[in-house]
Design a protein around this ligand. Structure first.
Ligand SMILES: NC(=O)c1ccc[n+]([C@@H]2O[C@H](COP(=O)([O-])OP(=O)(O)OC[C@H]3O[C@@H](n4cnc5c(N)ncnc54)[C@H](OP(=O)(O)O)[C@@H]3O)[C@@H](O)[C@H]2O)c1
Length: 246
């Protein structure tokens, strides 16, 4: 790994967050094919990238304080989201083998559709389900933490979500998608770094890494500064930072 885990997830920049953003630093990670697809037409996405890339993702999760997904990903993939070393026994993840030291697992889930027996609700790591103020989340009582925030035009108010995470001491968020949630984060200017694993493969159809990011014409294109390009097993990892306008 050319850059340290801290550099990959922008930990050096978190100090600026602490100085007054009032929200965590957000790292958006996604795994895509050469034609930018993050899932096949039928919604399946496991696995686009190699075991080496997926193992590294556990290290990056461990480098942040919360792993965040949308309810669409929760329903499609039923992910565990805990940091695990079993994808590559060479990884030293001893710092997070204790569930008390695992990053938070966070699902952005307006209507509390996450079932209590979802993998993300197991005891492997702390879990926070973010729901709307009026959502019926009774089935989650006693299983996981629930944070209530207001609704927005689309889903939940992401500024309020991030303020809620920041208030819990979370300064760095690892956003793992999916594309609908990530599109809203990009549209709101709330992504600070993009970590993109690109597999030498093609799908030709299926979702791309971002949906509805509020970009409709070339003059609105979001340019990114390239921080690093590295090879991870058979894949390429790109680290970029959105260029802020103005
Ligand atoms: N290759 C990869 O790296 C990767 C990573 C993750 C997922 N995936 C794939 O992506 C697919 C799922 O993605 P998806 O786009 O359908 O779902 P998603 O982005 O995971 O979740 C979208 C849902 O999040 C909720 N949400 C709450 N607040 C929101 C807001 N402000 N903006 C947007 N959404 C908000 C909404 O549902 P509610 O109204 O119910 O809250 C929305 O429908 C699956 O096929 C999965 O396998 C691939």
């Amino acid at each position: 790994m050319a850059l340290s885990v801290g550099e990959l997830v922008g930990r050096g920049e978190w100090a600026a967050v602490n100085r007054g953003w009032g929200r965590p630093f957000v790292v958006y990670k996604f795994a895509a094919t050469l034609d930018g697809r993050i899932a096949a037409e039928d919604g399946s996405s496991q696995w686009i990238t190699s075991a080496e890339s997926r193992a590294e993702v556990h290290l990056l999760r461990a480098g942040c304080q919360a792993t965040v997904v949308g309810s669409g990903t929760q329903q499609a993939d039923n992910p565990n989201l805990a940091v695990r070393g079993n994808d590559d026994p060479r990884l030293d993840l001893s710092m997070v083998t204790d569930p008390g030291r695992q990053p938070w697992r966070v699902v952005i889930d307006s209507n509390a559709k996450t079932p209590a027996d979802a993998k993300v609700c197991n005891g492997a790591a702390p879990t926070l389900i973010v729901v709307a103020e009026d959502a019926d989340a009774a089935h989650l009582d006693g299983t996981v933490d629930v944070l209530r925030v207001g609704r927005a035009d689309r889903g939940l108010d992401l500024h309020a979500v991030l303020r809620g995470l920041f208030a819990r001491g979370i300064n760095g968020v690892f956003l793992e998608g999916g594309p609908t949630l990530a599109g809203s984060f990009i549209a709101a200017g709330l992504v600070d770094r993009v970590v993109n694993y690109v597999a030498p493969a093609l799908l030709g159809s299926g979702k791309s890494g971002l949906e509805n990011a509020g970009i409709h014409t070339m003059s609105d294109i979001l340019r990114l500064d390239l921080i690093d390009v590295s090879r991870v097993g058979p894949d390429i990892r790109l680290i970029t930072r959105p260029v802020r306008k103005g």
